[in-house]
Design a protein around this ligand. Structure first.
Ligand code: ADP
Ligand code: GN1
Ligand code: MG
Length: 354
């Protein structure tokens, strides 16, 4: 760790380092130097991000663009260059590492502690999309191909079922049936983007609550982090993925499904915040599809967890047996509840959108 951090232009000598955060993809460490300054050192997941140079080019462009538009230094991410001037360093095993300045006096939540937190998350992601509205999208590489193409995610599930390398399909019949029964809806957003009824925007694409830092004291949104998947996409991806994670009454990997529900108050405040953050820029077609965006992103995530479980857990980091199956179940439970309460949800979103 020490050797690696010293390859970057950090101020001071490293004195402590520890694993940090709860992301499923990268390996994140908090490193503190003798100057009192802290840094986020990350090993980029090579299996997920096959072209780390392109990924880092995206992040360098996006952070530079956002930095110019924010008055507070803590409101944007700052990459620390390596000694050779590039934004990453490779180790002897061919692993790629990067360093960000640690954003001080911030808090990263795994769950909303009060509804206001989720309002702020909505505001931050809506505003993020607004800020990027005139970002030159053509400059961005597609860091993960077909990331939110739900049809492609279904194709990957079919492939995993056909291979069944771990012999696990027999033990998840219920989840497989649920997934397949919903397959016909998979194209709603991608088809809208393809035929132009939905606008293509620069979106974040991984809008979990824990990809936002709030100011420690005021609890107001400070900075959008985890920029690995910033790419052209649909506003429905960002809205939907935040709803999926943020409005659940339980953790993403809760085993007791009786605890997993859609919290309608959280859903309402998140929607308020997001729409306010977008400052009226969503089109009618996007607004009409918000409930569907939330359902589809939740379904898609469940399908991805199920696929990874069938494939032997190579994508999402796990810390217990059947972890990805447990994650899949909470997602499908939420989809079911969204369907059961569809009218109530559409009415709530309609009222909120005015
Ligand atoms: P992953 O892609 O694995 O989710 P993230 O980039 O989201 O990785 O980082 C993991 C965690 O590290 C975040 O949820 C947050 O708690 C923390 N983190 C990341 N970057 C910063 C930063 N610049 N300042 C403070 N905390 C950070
Ligand atoms: C991953 O990296 P992290 O933990 O913020 C994943 C998201 C999933 C999420 C599920 C690059 O997000 O797409 O929705 O896990 N990120 C990537 O919790 O695949
Ligand atoms: Mg993250």
């Amino acid at each position: 760790m020490e050797q690696m951090i010293n390859r970057f232009a950090v101020k001071g000598l490293p004195v402590t380092s520890c694993r940090f955060g709860e992301g499923h993809i990268n390996e994140t460490y908090l490193v503190t130097c003798d100057t009192g300054l802290s840094y986020i050192l990350q090993k980029i997941n090579r299996q997920v991000f096959q072209k780390p140079e392109e990924l880092m080019e995206n992040i360098a462009r996006v952070t530079a663009f956002l930095e110019k538009r924010s008055a507070d230094r803590r409101a944007s991410m700052h990459l620390v260059p390596a000694s050779d001037g590039s934004m990453y360093a490779a180790d002897e095993k061919g692993e790629y590492w990067r360093v960000y300045e640690f954003i001080p006096d911030s808090v990263c939540l795994q769950r909303a502690e009060k509804p206001q937190d989720l309002y702020h998350v909505g505001l931050a992601f809506g505003n993020f999309q607004q800020l990027l509205a005139d970002f030159p999208a053509a400059e961005l590489h597609e860091s993960i191909r077909d990331f939110h193409d739900t049809r492609v995610r279904y194709a990957q599930l079919h492939e995993a079922l056909a291979q069944d390398v771990m012999g696990r399909a027999k033990d998840c019949g219920e989840e497989i049936r649920f997934a397949l029964a919903h397959e016909q809806e998979a194209g709603v957003i991608v088809d809208g983007l393809a035929d132009g009824t939905l606008p293509l925007r620069v979106t974040h694409n991984d809008t979990k609550l824990n990809n936002i830092l709030l100011d420690y004291t005021t609890r107001k949104p400070l900075c959008v982090i985890d920029l690995d998947t910033v790419m052209p996409g649909s506003a429905l991806y960002d809205y939907g993925d935040s709803v999926r994670f943020g409005v659940s009454t339980a953790a993403e990997d809760e085993r007791d499904l009786t605890k997993v529900h859609v919290d309608m108050d959280l859903y309402r405040v998140f929607t308020q915040g997001y729409l306010e953050g977008c400052s009226g820029s969503l089109t009618e077609a996007e607004t009409a599809l918000l409930p569907m965006g939330a359902k589809l992103m939740t379904l898609e995530c469940g399908v991805r967890f199920l696929t990874d479980h069938l494939n032997g857990d190579h994508y999402f980091r796990i810390s217990r047996e059947e972890h990805n199956l447990h994650r899949c179940r909470t997602q499908f439970r939420l989809v079911q509840e969204m369907e059961d309460r569809w009218e109530e949800i559409t009415q709530m979103i309609g009222e909120t959108a005015g």
